[in-house]
Design a protein around this ligand. Structure first.
Ligand code: ZN
Ligand code: ZN
Length: 340
């Protein structure tokens, strides 16, 4: 089965309709990832009101919310998926403002903002607080979560130790190389013999530090982005393919190094690039990016494919065509399916 990403909604802030947005679409953020044979939904903007037919036949669908701003939730109560008896929607969201995933969604799906709550949907809606690492099994087993943030801190410490060990090995190697150079050609044969076992031992030392590749698990890593009220940046990884979702996040100087590490070499980057260079100076605190900065980030993290997302509601198809030409990166189009 192909690994794909389908853009169900790419508009940011507010949905819209009309002749000016027929190609890029007017539905707000909703992305369907199909990886290692399992479907995972990212955000529930109005794009969730129009899912592919076969999505309705999936008995258990994980929905991961980057945050609970209304443009990322508005499709939830009107989606045909929640109208299906026997369907189960597992909603994951990081706790924010002292509210867990369930409390955040119920705040919107309750009077006076909305007439119908999640208990009244025919589908079974379950809520989970999003951990820093979530493992979704493709054979239907229950998801496994990393126990808490301490686990991530421990991993970061292991990574740091590994980098320090590597730096020390590199320094040893450079010193050894300098000494070998000084010894000259006469020592070459003996050197080659010495080097081989050292290389093998380095390789075997490093192997346990690498994450196991397992087509039966989707690893969902999250980190905090820069957005008013907070946002989760997501990286989904399985079977050697990876999707990074950076919506509603300003790539500030402070965040950039960690964000680059997080997104590096991904198969597909979906990156918020809501504004033009002209609009950007008046909107630097809104929690988004200029499309030029988004394109630069995509190059810097070496994403294999990129789409700009969270299109401003005041940008017509013609504006987005011109923007795409300007930065050399395509903007996501509602309905398009991207092969990973
Ligand atoms: Zn948004
Ligand atoms: Zn937002």
């Amino acid at each position: 089965m192909d690994n794909t990403v389908t853009i169900l909604g790419a508009r940011g802030s507010m949905g819209l309709g009309g002749a000016d947005c027929l190609r890029y679409g007017g539905a707000t953020t909703c992305v369907l990832v199909r990886i290692s044979g399992r479907a995972v939904l990212l955000d529930a903007g109005t794009g969730f009101m129009n899912p592919p037919r076969d999505l309705l036949d999936i008995p258990v669908l994980p929905l991961i919310l980057t945050h609970a701003h209304i443009d990322h939730l508005l499709g939830l109560p009107l989606s045909p998926y929640v109208m299906r008896r026997g369907a189960r929607l597992d909603i994951y969201a990081a706790a924010r403002h002292g509210l867990g995933a369930e409390a955040q969604v119920r705040r919107f799906l309750s009077p006076p903002l909305w007439p119908v709550g999640p208990d009244q949907f025919p589908a079974d809606i379950r809520f989970h607080d999003l951990p820093p690492e979530l493992y979704l099994y493709t054979d239907g087993r229950a998801a496994k979560m990393s126990r808490d943030r301490d686990e991530r801190a421990a991993q970061a410490s292991r990574d740091r130790d590994e980098r320090a060990a590597q730096a020390s090995r590199d320094a040893d190697e450079r010193a050894a190389q300098a000494s070998r150079d000084a010894d000259g050609r006469a020592a070459k044969m003996s050197r080659d013999a010495d080097e081989r076992p050292a290389q093998m031992s380095r390789d075997s030392d490093e192997r346990p530090a690498q994450a196991p590749r397992d087509d039966g698990v989707i690893r969902v890593a999250s980190m905090d982005g820069a957005h008013p009220g907070g946002v989760s940046l997501l990286r989904l990884e399985s079977g050697g393919k990876s999707v990074v979702f950076f919506t509603d996040c300003t790539l500030t100087d402070a965040l950039r190094p960690a964000a680059l590490d997080f997104a590096r070499d991904c198969s597909l980057l979906l990156c918020d690039g809501q504004y033009s260079d002209d609009e950007w100076p008046a909107r630097t605190t809104f929690g988004h990016n200029s499309w030029r900065d988004a394109a630069q980030f995509a190059r810097d993290c070496r994403a294999k494919q990129t789409r700009i997302v969270h299109h401003d509601p005041f940008h017509s198809d013609a504006v987005l065509d011109a923007a795409s030409d300007e930065i050399g990166v395509p903007f996501a189009r509602e309905g398009e399916t991207i092969l990973l």
